[in-house]
Design a protein around this ligand. Sequence first.
Ligand code: BMA
Length: 291
Amino acid sequence: MELKRHPQNPVFMPNPMNDWEALNVFNCAVVHHNGLFHMLYRAQGRSYTSYIGYAVSADGVEWKRLDKPVMSPELPEESRGVEDPRVVEVDGTFYMTYAAYGVNGSRAMLARSDNLITWERMKPFEWDNKDHVIFPRKIGGRYVMLHRRPPDIWIGYSDDMENWTDHKVVMKPRPGTWEDLKIGAAGPPIYTDDGWVLIYHGVNQDNGRTYRLGVALLDLEDPSKVINRARYPILEPEETWEHRGDVPHVVFSCANPVVDGTVYVFYGGADRVIGLATCSLEELKDYAANG
Ligand code: BMA
């Protein structure tokens, strides 16, 4: 099974009118709320510092954006940028997980918002960790987060979103495949009656380094248990703008909102533009369970 690219791709491009987003706009969070797609996107200008901008759309294709970033580097660990936002709504509050990048490397961060535009930083999570994302509902009374201790996808649990415990490996790279170097979660896991559908990225050494997307099914009550992991990628670089950009041969996703049974996968193409690819949730779940 492969995702279907939207004919109007790429759906979001750098904006030369604003310094902070003049060069690259890529890995983005997207939530569908009150009938609109809300996008929080990573952006870079010539300084290569990453900011997070906001845009809104009725169809996921035509976007209107704010002129100023909604998140800019503020903390010492963010000195080189705020990267790769993922957003999820849990019990009426929006939570953003993002990576801080600074002189000491990267750190997994969290923030919260009631309106998707003003964000309040929360207690930072681990150093040398990223690709973290929160499940859209509590499981067994606790918040649950997938995260990445290189090169594996891990899971952790929390009562208050400040103290995270019971960390466990969920999935490891598979030697000799498209995902043999490292893996990380894409957007928030999708709830279905048969389990959590998890889209994730995998990296191998094709062309130096290639990023693709795959899918797995996690147990509903115990998402540290992998029910199945599909063998082949559901999206890999094919278009010119996925092969050439700032970093070549990359499709990288932080967003997979579901609207009326369709999964909208928004993804960065070669770290320069944003593309959209879709599929039905039924079909994706089926491939996650049996592929
Ligand atoms: C990863 C992340 C992503 C990026 C990808 C490809 O390590 O930093 O933000 O899209 O590399 O460059």
